[in-house]
Design a protein around this ligand. Sequence first.
Ligand code: ATP
Ligand code: MG
Length: 722
Amino acid sequence: MDVSYLLDGLNDKQRDAVAAPPQHMLVLAGAGSGKTRVLVHRLAWLMQVERVAPYSLLAVTFTNKAAQEMRARIESTIGVSLNNLWMGTFHGLSHRMLRAHYQEAGLPQGFQIIDSDDQLRLVKRVLKALNLDEKHWPAKQLQWFINARKDEGQRPGMLDAGGDYSLAQMIKIYAAYQEMCDRAGLVDFAEILLRSFELLKQNSEVRGHYQQRFRHILVDEFQDTNAIQYQWLRLLAGSSAKVMIVGDDDQSIYGWRGARVENIQQFLKDFDGADTIRLEQNYRSTATILKAANAVISNNQSRLGKDLWTDGSEGESISLYTAFNELDEARFIVSRIRDWHNKGNPLTDTAILYRNNAQSRVLEEALIQDGLHYRIYGGLRFYERQEIKDALSYLRLINNRQDDAALERIINTPARGIGDTTLDKVRQQARAQGQTLWQALEQLLQQKQLSGRAANAIAQFMQLIGQLDAELTELPLHEQAEHVIKQSGLYAMYLAEKGEKAQTRIENLNELITACQNFDSPLLEEMSPLSAFLSQAALEAGEYQAEEHSDAVQLMTLHTAKGLEFPLVFVCGLEEGLFPSQQSGDDPVRLEEERRLCYVGMTRAMQKLYLCHAQSRRLYGQEQYPKPSRFLRELPAECVEEIRLTTQVSRPLVNNRFSGAASHSAFENTGFKLGQRVLHEKFGEGTVLNYEGSGPQSRIQVNFDQLGSKWLMTAYARLEAI
Ligand code: ATP
Ligand code: MG
């Protein structure tokens, strides 16, 4: 059989890796050197040449999307269906394992995954139950604590407070939280990994099954595995599977979440005889971009050391733009994308990368103003939108009555007269009796412990859920979703809301039905379509975005951009305190991680890279005047072309804010003076701070007494002088 096509488009070293005999392997190489490409070809090679059945392969990817793309690519290359191939993220694969062995893992069949929002809500409930004040015990920190312990494989019983009161409390909260989850059949993200690890560790039958099954295990982006993931891999591999890991220590960016770059060295110790292959040729970026990225990362001390070169063209200089403020930055970026698009280039080839999700809003507004379509990865998450979570919560409760998180969310949405007093009573009952909320509801009704009205409302609610459940049995998945959205009253509730937002919500609900219609999953063999869909929705919450426009600018955080590439890339907000982030402070370890993040960002660019920073930035409602990021100083001068301020955006300097001259032009352009008090129909009273543009395009910045500063289109703001 001619298998040369499996080696086409690979350099010698890549071929060595792809065609190596079955063995442990570490492919250690810099960005854009073809690590992921090698991994994909290796999978195909193992199936075609080594005749390994897809059933015996396990491949771990960084995102679900990456897994889907890889699967499709290999299927089309070798023309074999890969239904049996286990390929996905650590979470996705562990979840699949838990579904197959829910009993052995001590879970109910209908266990439900909860996202970080749900988790936070549950932590807050635990605090209430334990009579602890949230002011002293911030729920977010506790959530962080619980997840970090789980990532390290630690159960409450394994932790020792050693006389530390506060730690002892945290452990107690962790234990109570876990009890609550177990009772309700809820599994958080960290729990997915931990449970499946424990399952493998404690159950020799299950472990034996998988150790026999998987002959080869391949892992992409290995540098970001955490303790529990690595142990999971070791257990699965046992003594006979061959493990190939690919990664880049310079792109390890999840240390703050427990990832351990040391796992790379550990791998060489634990997996005897592993061959290390280094790829040094970069195929992604121009020589200029590569040189600059290499220069930045060379400032890090702790590196395994790699060389990266390209025989590609020099390419354009990196453009460095110093913006006046974040609005100017956004408009600059949009104008460049506009030019690029006008030359006939697709918008999809463009990515705007930022350090913080909060930066996206201003960018989005600028894109909207210019009529450019965009798409956000992560951030504005489809499955985390209010209306989608409402609808999913109905489906979840129908699927599993013990799902407390879902019940809390919808018991009074739409409003059906079940108030906080009643709910508190239900929670108390649940707590006292060790019941789920649903069980508590049943008991309270039975014992007639609720007022007539509340009892009625609750009985109706429970009846509705029961009735919907019965009605769904015969329906295909998307009709189930549609039925529930309509019969629950959600649709009517959002229809009754007026305005654009409500319209979007309705559209999103329709999009959910479409998502159900297109749903397909290997999990369908093991569970009902509804359960499978709900699990996937929870797992992919951070990735899925409704594809409203196929040609759209891509917006995402630098973390999310890992592994991806785009011809045109903007990295924005390169300012001290933002990137590197405030939290990294002067901690050299965290600063190095920020620098790696910068390296990841820069190396996403194929043809042209823009780096931007602003001289003043309003973020989280606060105005700051940050210094340019230290990473900018690390760029070789010959790679960079600086762009001077081109746009005219005014922003008052503190001492001339109310000066006569400025007031005069402000008045001409907006009809209001700087410093003038104004009244807005919705936002209330405020003071005019700034303006920009003139005529119908003019915008005005008002510092509202209640809400803080907002930019408004003067023509639509309908401000009244007071
Ligand atoms: P990252 O570290 O960012 O994940 P990577 O090492 O995984 O990068 P790939 O994404 O596999 O790199 O490859 C980068 C780009 O180079 C891709 O567009 C890929 O198709 C291309 N490429 C890889 N190897 C070759 C090759 N031998 N010839 C031509 N193009 C290649
Ligand atoms: Mg890759």
